[in-house]
Design a binder for this molecule. Structure first.
Ligand code: ADP
Ligand code: TMP
Ligand code: ASP
Length: 237
């Protein structure tokens, strides 16, 4: 697979063309960002850890029938994926209260949310990813009605798979964000699933094991990501 020109460079990953117009290469960099790009640092090994972590999770989701862009891992930091027209919304499911939900509604951190909530956010750093609803998505043409329903169904299906997967290794999947895109009219899970885009707590101590360690300056960010991988049986070598 020939790596072509860079198509896009985001805060943490870069996307490259390949010799196949249907495929692209996702490069996971060590850049780590929080608060919509306000805080950015390089954390050694993060690209590698997230690339391998994501490859494992995407393969698991595919085996459970979730359509994903992931094709194969090419190296420590690069994966081959189907090139998608990304839908500019972020799909968030929450099993426990944390983050913006607590701020927005005055909910105590850590309470169990039953049934889990589903929220859409507009992917727009300058606007700080405002929360949006189905009506905004339809009226402003960000996605079609049938894709809205499919994004909800798939994001909730991912919850049933991954919540159990983390729990079996003594961790709580608190919340997470997914992004979808279209390829030949088909809705497909894109981007990544890694400790950068979700919250994971130790089930017993509720120790934070995700990017909140970076956001809140708790230290040992990548060491903790590695511990999550190790507990899940993901081989990082
Ligand atoms: P951000 O855009 O939030 O800064 P990243 O640094 O992670 O994010 O950049 C990755 C970019 O690649 C994101 O904008 C994401 O929507 C996009 N992307 C993810 N998967 C695909 C794909 N399969 N095809 C095209 N673009 C993708
Ligand atoms: P929030 O509490 O900040 O709304 O985030 C909820 C979850 O979604 C959390 O795991 C972080 C993730 N997320 C991202 O990774 N990127 C984003 O841009 C947003 C809005 C959320
Ligand atoms: N993913 C967003 C960013 O990198 C929001 C966050 O993680 O705080 O800025």
């Amino acid at each position: 697979m020939q790596m072509g020109e860079e198509l896009f460079s985001g805060k943490a990953k870069s996307v490259y063309r390949t010799d196949d117009p249907e495929l692209c290469i996702l490069r996971f960099r060590d850049d780590t960002s929080a608060f919509d790009g306000e805080k950015i640092e390089q954390l050694a090994d993060k690209g590698k850890v997230n690339n391998i972590f994501n490859a494992h999770i995407m393969a698991l989701l595919a085996s459970e029938g979730v359509p994903t862009h992931f094709v194969k891992r090419l190296s420590d930091t690069d994966s081959l994926v189907r090139k998608l027209d990304m839908i500019p919304v972020e799909c968030v499911v929450r099993n426990y209260a944390a983050g913006s939900l607590c701020k927005r509604y005055g909910i105590e951190e850590g309470i169990s949310i039953e049934p889990p909530t589903f929220e859409f956010f507009l992917k727009n750093d300058e606007l700080h990813d405002p929360m949006i609803n189905d009506s905004h998505i339809i009226s402003f043409g960000w996605a079609k009605p049938e894709h809205i329903e499919e994004m909800k169904t798939l994001t909730i299906k991912v919850n049933s798979i991954l919540r159990q997967f983390f729990l079996e290794s003594g961790m709580l999947l608190v919340d997470y964000k997914l992004e979808f895109g279209l390829s030949n009219g088909e809705l497909i899970l894109g981007d990544e699933f890694s400790p950068d885009g979700c919250r994971i707590w130790d089930k017993t101590t509720r120790n934070k094991m995700d990017k909140d360690r970076f956001r809140q300056g708790l230290g040992n960010v990548i060491e903790t990501y590695k511990e999550v991988a190790q507990r899940l049986g993901i081989d990082l070598n």
